[in-house]
Design a protein around this ligand. Structure first.
Ligand SMILES: Cc1ncc(COP(=O)(O)O)c(C=O)c1O
Length: 309
């Protein structure tokens, strides 16, 4: 089991210093990233990941040092070098290194590319349903860009963890639109409901895959924002993500002192939340449809891996 690192054409030890202090990803979070799951030694849904990486780069006006084919070739090279078959490949592209100044470097500098490849456990057919903590979505107005700026996501996920939950369920404008590092889906009367891929959520690659899967299985999907008040009507909830895959949720909790709609302009106090302070406000009624989707997801991945054998 090895973890490999890469920075601008060099193989590096990810635990050793190598990124310059003037690196704009380090100074400003001025860059974007992707995470790709490899199954059976092959990067899954690579085409879609690279397409999204280039959309994020374009949105931030960063010129990468490769074209999409070069990017795919690099990802394959990283995976081959790691020798891992079940792995997570993280790739970051930043605006480059330059003396600290908010303005883009002038003359422009070459973008930096870094990456790591780490082994991950193989997909397990059984998974224990998780818990979500409802929290206000405190991210910026462009979460559709997969930028390196993940501080609100980090804080939300840590708060959820402190409260004994596995993920944060983020509420913006009264609706439950996304989780801190995954997309959220609701099941109601045999229908799937997930927020539309507008500017306020990341258009997950797994979300896109599950939309196709649901269509193939004849499961109706509504791309709509679900108001917080309608949580009680929901039969099941699941999350999707590259490493999360299809993950069933057993319960949702809430902290009475953390309103999902910020009501006051006062600076909120630092949140130190304990499991005893939260209340369960929803429990799963029927996870059968989620299990069906998860099984179908795992089977599709297996069939895809098998197609190369
Ligand atoms: C905020 C957020 N939403 C959704 C996702 C899921 O996206 P994907 O399926 O492309 O991994 C992620 C994954 O990193 C994420 O960080």
């Amino acid at each position: 089991m090895s973890v490999i690192g890469y920075f601008n054409g060099q193989w590096v030890d990810p635990a050793e210093p190598c990124v310059p202090l003037d690196e704009r990803g380090h100074q400003f979070g001025d860059g974007v990233y992707e995470v790709i799951r490899a199954y059976g030694g092959r990067p899954f849904l690579l085409e879609w990941h690279v397409e999204r990486l280039f959309q994020s780069l374009e949105a931030l006006r960063i010129t990468p040092p490769f074209d999409p084919d070069g990017c795919k070739a690099l990802i394959r090279k990283l995976l081959e070098r790691s020798g891992e078959s079940e792995a997570a490949i993280y790739i970051q592209v930043t605006r480059g290194s330059a003396v600290r100044n908010h303005l883009f470097p002038e003359p422009s500098v070459v973008a930096n590319v870094s990456a790591t490849v780490r082994p991950v456990p193989p997909t397990s057919p059984e998974v224990k349903p998780g818990r979500l903590l409802l929290l206000p979505d405190e991210r910026w107005l462009n979460p559709w860009i997969k930028s390196l700026n993940l501080l609100p996501n980090v804080m939300a996920k840590q708060t959820a963890h402190d409260a004994g939950a596995d993920e944060a369920l983020l509420v913006r404008d009264g609706c439950m639109i996304e989780a801190a590092s995954s997309n959220v889906w609701f099941v109601q009367n045999g229908e799937l409901i997930t927020a539309p891929a507008d500017r306020y959520i990341l258009a997950g690659i797994t979300r896109r895959f599950v939309l196709e899967l649901a269509r193939d299985l004849g499961i109706p999907v509504r791309e709509e924002k679900l108001p917080r008040e309608r949580l009680a009507e929901v039969d099941a909830i699941f999350l999707t993500g590259t490493l999360t895959e299809v993950y069933p949720i057993g319960s949702v909790a809430e902290h009475p002192d953390i309103p999902c709609t910020p009501v006051s302009a006062a600076r909120p106090a630092a949140r130190t939340v304990t499991p005893e302070q939260v209340q369960v406000v929803w429990t799963a009624r029927d996870l059968e449809l989620v299990e069906r989707l998860r099984t179908a997801f795992v089977e599709r991945v297996r069939a895809w891996v098998g197609s190369f054998a």
